[in-house]
Design a binder for this molecule. Structure first.
Ligand SMILES: O=P(O)(O)OC[C@H]1O[C@](O)(COP(=O)(O)O)[C@@H](O)[C@@H]1O
Ligand SMILES: [Mg+2]
Ligand SMILES: [Mg+2]
Length: 282
């Protein structure tokens, strides 16, 4: 299974990198299923991925952040692929890094059915992490992806990436975020989950949080194509991922394809702190 997905996502990444490199990324008149205005670029990237994934006969169904409904590809296929074509797309016009995220499920949607996960970062360089039994880093060089190394997190990091509107954080969440800063953690938050989490993975560890807030009690990030794929990668890399409520994200049930969840990704130490704080305030 792995090679065809790895190769296809590499082709997709090269096509999306070219699509990003154009002058006009214009806003469309449409909104996606989460009520966000779609960029022409979001739609274009969605179509690139749809076209490439449709060539894989073992795919049964795809679901995208930019499509309201899931789309049947092949009745006899067994894989279900959910993707965020361009994560952080509102950062393209300020020239910050963006990404694409893929969750590959077998038999049906749901965290327990995830068999592989992958993301691509479009920054000064194009990199990709593909995780199945290991989290492997690849770098785009001369139109081809080269394997660089396996990614492993340390037990404890020193980066803190706190998401969500602070005004709407619970007081204990704010105290917890501050407690990391008081321990010497440094703020790293660009507003794109792909580069923000990539930085934590490559610099050895830290905490990325997007909690439940008073305006978004179910968080902002979408489970099938944002939360589960990163949870899978963090666990394989020796870190952990929780939702702060039921704890392990990968034990959550199958949900609506655009369903969201609060989420915390980090190395073992930071996640143990989140667990302790959230258990105390539940
Ligand atoms: O601006 P906020 O509330 O911190 O949200 C940032 C989060 O929203 C996202 O941009 C959502 O993804 P999309 O750009 O694909 O909608 C994440 O990449 C990021 O972590
Ligand atoms: Mg996204
Ligand atoms: Mg997106």
């Amino acid at each position: 299974m792995k090679d065809i997905f790895l190769e296809t996502i590499q082709t997709i990444a090269i096509r999306i990198k070219d699509a990003i490199d154009v002058k006009d990324i214009g806003y469309s008149q449409q909104e996606n299923s989460s009520g966000e205005t779609q960029l022409q670029l979001d739609i274009q990237c969605d179509l690139i991925i749809e076209e490439e994934l449709s060539k894989i006969t073992s795919i049964h169904t795809i679901a995208s952040e930019e499509k309201e409904h899931e789309m049947l590809i092949n009745e006899s296929g067994k894989y279900y692929v959910a993707y965020d074509p361009l994560d952080g797309s509102s950062l393209v016009d300020v020239n910050l890094s963006v990404g694409s995220i893929f969750g590959i499920y077998e038999g049906d949607w749901g965290a327990q059915n995830m068999v592989a996960s992958c993301y691509v970062v479009y920054g000064p360089r194009v990199e990709m992490i593909f995780a199945q039994t290991k989290a492997k880093l690849f770098l785009l060089q001369n139109n081809e992806f080269e394997f660089v190394k396996e990614i492993r997190l340390n037990e404890k990091g020193n980066l803190n990436a706190p998401g969500g509107t602070q005004q709407n954080w619970a007081p204990y969440h704010k105290e917890m975020v501050d407690s990391f800063f008081n321990e010497g953690y440094r703020l790293r938050y660009s507003g794109g989950m792909v580069p923000d989490l990539h930085q934590i993975l490559l610099k050895g560890g830290g905490l990325f949080s997007y909690p439940a807030t008073s305006d978004r009690p179910d968080g902002k990030l979408r489970k099938l194509f944002e939360v589960y794929p990163f949870a899978f990668i963090f666990k394989i890399a020796g870190g952990d991922a929780i939702d702060g409520i039921n704890e392990d994200i990968m034990s959550l049930d199958h949900d609506h394809i655009h369903g969201t969840s609060p989420c915390f990704f980090g190395s073992k130490y930071e996640i143990s702190v989140v667990k302790e704080v959230y258990a105390r305030n539940r």
